[in-house]
Design a protein around this ligand. Structure first.
Ligand code: KIV
Length: 275
């Protein structure tokens, strides 16, 4: 079953046109198999740098290389055919200068086949966003709680909690819109702020832990499936317990192998076995 009737991959302009008409749905993926499973149900698939944590077991998103993002994004593009595919630019790959950002963004787009890129940063990043947009790179700007700034924020905490901090995030949003970002990702901000930004933004806002006031929602798939480990954010609703399913399957397999019950082994790769 599918929630939409698309026959071709959703483009960035089509995603933008959904604002005010239909809520936008997104999940993260980093393998082709997962991309294939979610493709009929989401509007865009995000290859998030959260893969560093949920896929590789690292302690932050800072340790994600350009080569890793390219490899995972290629896998997601190969596994999907309907969803727009958006990749995260890794920490350190775009902050140095607009030129460095362009070089690395162009490499990710050219080698992975993705449709757009997501970059974290406030107003200071807006000139880079403008540089990229003017050169053909569609940018989703990630503001509010920015995991790549975890060391400055002192942890993964909600942002914009007082009036001044909220005004600063609104200002970041305006700067990115002026620079040409096609969408704003709002992470870890309160409903009032998400509502104000979504109201003035002509471009869709995508929320994560940012209330239903946004134009769409994204979740880290491992969190939704109960595979997120000990660091699952409090706002996440778990839709399945895939962890329990995987443990049960492993346990049954182990028990059958130990009991000598493994009939498939007799037909290994379709070859008749002796005995
Ligand atoms: O890396 C990530 O998964 C993200 C989230 C906002 C979805 O950026």
């Amino acid at each position: 079953m599918s929630i939409h009737s698309r026959t071709r991959r959703l483009s960035v302009p089509q995603l933008v046109a959904m604002k005010g008409r239909q809520k936008i749905v997104s999940l993260t993926a980093y393998t082709s198999h997962m991309a294939r499973l979610m493709d009929p149900f989401v509007d865009f698939i995000l290859i998030g740098d959260s893969t560093a944590m949920v896929g590789y077991g690292r302690t932050s998103t800072l340790d994600m290389s350009l080569a890793e993002i390219i490899a995972h994004t290629r896998a997601v593009v190969a596994g999907s055919r309907l969803a727009c595919v958006i990749a995260d630019m890794p920490f350190g790959s775009y902050q140095e200068s607009p030129q460095q950002a362009y070089r690395n963004c162009a490499e990710v787009m050219a080698r992975s086949g993705c449709d757009a890129l997501k970059l974290e940063g406030g107003r200071a990043l807006a000139p880079t966003v403008e540089f990229l947009v003017q050169r053909g790179i569609p940018v989703m700007a990630h503001i509010g709680l920015m995991p790549q700034y975890v060391n400055q924020m002192g942890g993964f905490k909600a942002q914009g909690l007082d009036d001044e901090a909220a005004r600063k995030i609104e200002d970041d949003a305006r700067a990115h819109l002026d620079a040409g970002a096609f969408s704003l990702l709002l992470e870890g901000v309160a409903q009032g702020l998400a509502r104000r930004i979504s109201d003035f933004s002509p471009m869709p806002t995508i929320g994560i832990g940012a209330s239903p006031a946004c134009d769409g929602q994204v979740l880290v798939t491992e969190d939704l499936l109960g595979l997120g480990g000990p660091q699952v954010p409090r706002f996440v609703k778990q839709y399945a317990d895939a962890g329990a399913l995987i443990s049960q399957a492993c346990e049954r397999f182990a028990a059958e192998v130990r009991d000598g019950v493994f009939p498939e082994a007799r037909h290994c790769y379709g070859m008749p076995q002796e005995g």
